[in-house]
Design a protein around this ligand. Structure first.
Ligand code: CA
Length: 563
């Protein structure tokens, strides 16, 4: 296992940049005094950890690095990639699979242990959520062999690669739909559909009535078809056995190529408002995939409130995206900007645990801040760098498998509600055009970024990127964060601070949050935590968290791990 320095090869922060309060600057000195005095840090784990001295201006700060062992399970830190906007390997302006492969060093170095690729199958649209062939790679993205190589590279790095599986609908250009429409055009007036003559006519929802506003006319016929999202996306009939057979074939195709999980798109729309049917569909496909890979992962999009998400855990599939936490008005971003209390966030964690585990004891929460359908975190937090970091810190100390949308780690911006503006090209560099993709067609120009490029932020240890890196490292160093059973330390929870105990196997940690902008002093004795030692911390700009006797001194917007 490779041990990494916290800020390897990284220069000092620019002078003149605010790095926190007077107390925060003095804290490292207290820290050293305490170390010399033999109190504060314990010695039990000293043998396991390496220490290095990092010079930060006048301060001398002790940093602790722990060995990282990623358990071979489905608790992962996922990075969501829109391939088209990520990294272009061949200079045509469209990101591609080889481009993702070329950025695996970056992804791995950040601390991600999983990748979700948005749809990679052939499609007439830029976003590719309307598929024309479930068993192929879109030629703009590369070939099946490119995918196989990418999957192998990921596996060698212990990164789980999962792909988007949009099965609610196909493209209206899918050969199945085209064949069905051709067949319908040949039917005599009043003649009924027979599956024997054209099985594809039963792959979709055709009707002589325009049953609701989601039905569109089949050109040149008296028939209509269902297309819940738009006319270019006819809904598949997932009750049809032949459709299921086709999708099983697709699942096998991708598993054979090396995909280790699926992200299930638009699950609530398989049949509108039919949770029993929709969970059955998930269960069927998941079971099928498990037969081929016992570690297969599945995470599903049910864009709904907490209770509905809990119902979908009844499918027995491992993960549902936690929409209760996400988006500008979700609990994480609200807490980061001080509009949601730390204690309420702790209560939410316990509520998820209670409600989700009641439906599936093997549940893995899938928290996230934003995805490709939402405005960026930087927009929701009006580009307040500290709040953007805090939102990331809250996300990356949640249980389960957090998902980070590409570009969030540098605080990229979006604009308005137009989807294209939420899927802009990754901002790698101002000076090096290598790999740079074009924005999606139709995106507004000049949206820009409130913060620097990846290249710049890599060099600035106080950047958002390096904050994410520290947070991911903290998460990888402490497997209890993702996997532990949560308990609230009632006595230490209030508006501004919260403490959650996480117990996993025979180990337990306490996660201490100070979400306010102000320093906080937390009396560990009050929470029965005085026997624990500081195991790690996450602060905005590298400020230290210090323990003085039984009091933990935390700078504003910081997180501390006690063990
Ligand atoms: Ca390309």
């Amino acid at each position: 296992m490779k041990k990494q320095a916290l800020f390897p090869g990284i220069r000092k922060p620019e002078s003149g940049r605010s790095t926190g309060s007077g107390l925060a600057r003095l804290l490292p000195i207290f820290c050293i005094v305490l170390l010399l005095a033999g109190c504060g840090y314990g010695t039990a784990d000293m043998a396991e950890r390496t220490e290095e001295t990092v010079s930060q201006g006048e301060d001398v700060t002790k940093r602790t690095e722990w060995e990282i062992v990623i358990p071979d399970d489905n608790y992962r830190n996922y990075y969501e990639i829109f391939v088209s906007s990520f990294y272009d390997s061949d200079g045509d302006g469209t990101g591609d699979l080889n481009g993702v492969a070329q950025k695996l060093d970056y992804i791995q170095d950040m601390g991600f242990t999983g990748i979700w690729l948005m749809p990679v199958m052939p499609s007439p649209t830029y976003h590719k959520y309307d598929v024309t062939d479930y068993c192929a790679v879109d030629e703009r993205y590369g070939t099946t062999e490119d995918f196989r190589r990418l999957a192998e590279d990921c596996r060698e790095r212990n990164i789980r690669l999962i792909i988007d599986m949009p099965i609610n609908h196909t493209s209206s250009e899918h050969p199945w739909f085209q064949a069905a429409c051709e067949y319908l055009a040949g039917l005599a007036a009043g003649e009924e559909i027979t599956g024997e003559t054209c099985p594809y006519a039963e792959y979709y929802h055709f009707s002589r009535e325009q049953e609701n506003e989601n039905y569109y006319p089949v050109t040149g016929t008296e028939w209509y078809y269902e297309g819940v999202f738009w006319s270019g996306m006819p809904d598949l009939n997932l009750k049809n056995e032949a459709v299921r057979g086709e999708l099983e074939k697709a699942a096998s195709f991708w598993i054979e190529l090396g995909a280790e999980g699926f992200r299930m798109d638009a699950v609530m729309h398989y049949e509108e408002n039919d949770t029993a049917f929709n969970t059955e569909v998930l269960r069927w496909l998941y079971d099928y995939c498990l037969q081929q890979n016992p570690d297969f992962y599945m995470v599903s999009e049910v864009w709904a409130g907490e209770k509905t998400i809990a119902d979908y855990y009844g499918s027995g599939t491992p993960s549902l995206f936690n929409f209760d936490l996400a988006d500008a008005e979700g609990k994480l971003i609200k807490a980061a900007r001080g509009k949601y209390s730390a204690e309420s966030l702790a209560d939410a964690m316990l509520l998820y645990q209670e409600d989700f585990s009641a439906q599936n004891s093997g549940w893995i929460d899938a928290p996230f801040l934003t995805n490709h359908d939402m405005g960026r975190t930087a927009n929701a937090l009006i580009s307040d760098e500290n709040d953007v970091k805090m939102a990331g810190g809250l996300l990356l100390t949640m249980g389960g498998s957090p998902f980070v949308y590409y570009g969030e780690e540098i605080g990229m911006r979006s604009k308005g509600t137009k989807d294209e503006n939420k899927r802009l090209s990754m901002y790698w560099s101002d000076t090096d055009e290598m790999g740079q993709t074009l924005d999606p067609p139709g995106a507004d120009e000049g949206i820009g970024s409130a913060f620097g490029s990846v290249e710049e932020q890599l060099l600035d240890e106080t950047s958002i990127l390096n904050y994410y890196r520290r947070a991911l490292r903290l998460r990888n160093e402490n497997p209890e964060i993702a996997r532990g059973t949560a308990e609230k330390v009632e006595a230490l929870c209030n508006e501004q601070q919260a403490v959650i105990l996480k117990t996993w196997e025979d180990s337990s940690i306490a996660i201490v949050y100070n979400i306010s902008d102000e320093e906080a002093e937390i009396d560990l004795k009050e929470g029965g935590l005085e026997e624990r030692e500081i195991r790690g911390n996450l602060t905005l700009n590298g400020e230290e968290i210090v323990r003085m006797q039984d009091v933990l001194c935390m700078p504003g917007q910081s997180v501390c791990i006690l063990k």
